[in-house]
Design a protein around this ligand. Structure first.
Ligand SMILES: CC(C)(COP(=O)(O)OP(=O)(O)OC[C@H]1O[C@@H](n2cnc3c(N)ncnc32)[C@H](O)[C@@H]1OP(=O)(O)O)[C@@H](O)C(=O)NCCC(=O)NCCS
Length: 185
């Protein structure tokens, strides 16, 4: 299998090429159709500017092979009293899976959250992906997550990184207690 030379690019909301956001949102539509319900049904980009999205991308020419989004999670969504970075939409286009692209994207996303002045960072994933994220320095929070309007805890794992002194001071609480959020990113 071809192992393409790999550069991980980072774009902000102001300089991300439309071809990147279109491919990202189209890959997400296919992978996670249930996300595209109600108000999100016709979105044309993964996130709006209010969460300051940074697109972390591996491309071959204009073809997006793998991507993730780092966002500033709004205070009224996470309600921790901390500065919270989110990592979301980690996805490799099917033909290019198993070639290390998501690992490289996640490493770059980790660099952004580590250097971004955040207290903690969080992501949500299927339980089977725990080892994949643990290898990249993310820890499982067994307290789980409850979204507003949900009548039970999310079946996704919440995984976090504890970055600043304030974030590390909150680590035990964030790990062990349920986190109530407006929405899982
Ligand atoms: C998970 C995903 C992003 C990995 O992308 P990738 O570029 O193939 O990842 P890498 O090549 O860097 O690493 C592959 C590793 O991912 C892990 N992995 C991928 N899919 C997995 C699955 N379904 N279950 C468990 N682990 C999985 C494995 O550890 C695998 O390592 P291996 O190849 O040695 O078994 C990709 O499979 C994908 O887009 N899946 C669908 C969307 C998704 O689930 N995204 C994660 C959202 S939290």
């Amino acid at each position: 299998m071809e192992s393409a030379p790999r550069t991980v690019e980072v774009f902000g909301d102001d300089d991300v090429p439309e071809s990147v956001t279109w491919q990202a949102v189209t890959l997400m539509r296919s992978e996670w159709p249930s996300l595209f319900a109600a108000g999100l049904r016709w979105i044309t980009r993964p996130f709006e500017e209010d969460v300051a999205p940074r697109y972390v991308v591996v491309r071959h020419g204009e073809v997006v092979m793998s991507h993730a989004v780092v966002l500033d999670v709004p205070a009224d969504v996470h309600r921790t009293g901390l500065r919270v970075a989110g990592v979301a939409s980690v996805l490799t286009s099917p033909p290019y899976r198993g070639e290390g692209h998501a690992t490289a994207v996640l490493r770059a996303a980790g660099g952004l959250v580590d250097e971004g002045g955040f207290d903690v960072a969080g992501l949500f994933c299927a339980p089977a992906l725990e080892p994949f994220y643990a290898r990249a320095g993310w820890s499982v929070c067994p307290g789980g997550t409850v979204e507003d309007d949900a009548d039970h805890a999310s079946t996704d794992l919440r995984m976090m990184r504890f970055l600043s002194p304030a974030g590390r001071a909150a680590e035990r609480r964030l790990r062990e207690e349920p986190l109530h959020v407006g929405w899982c990113w």
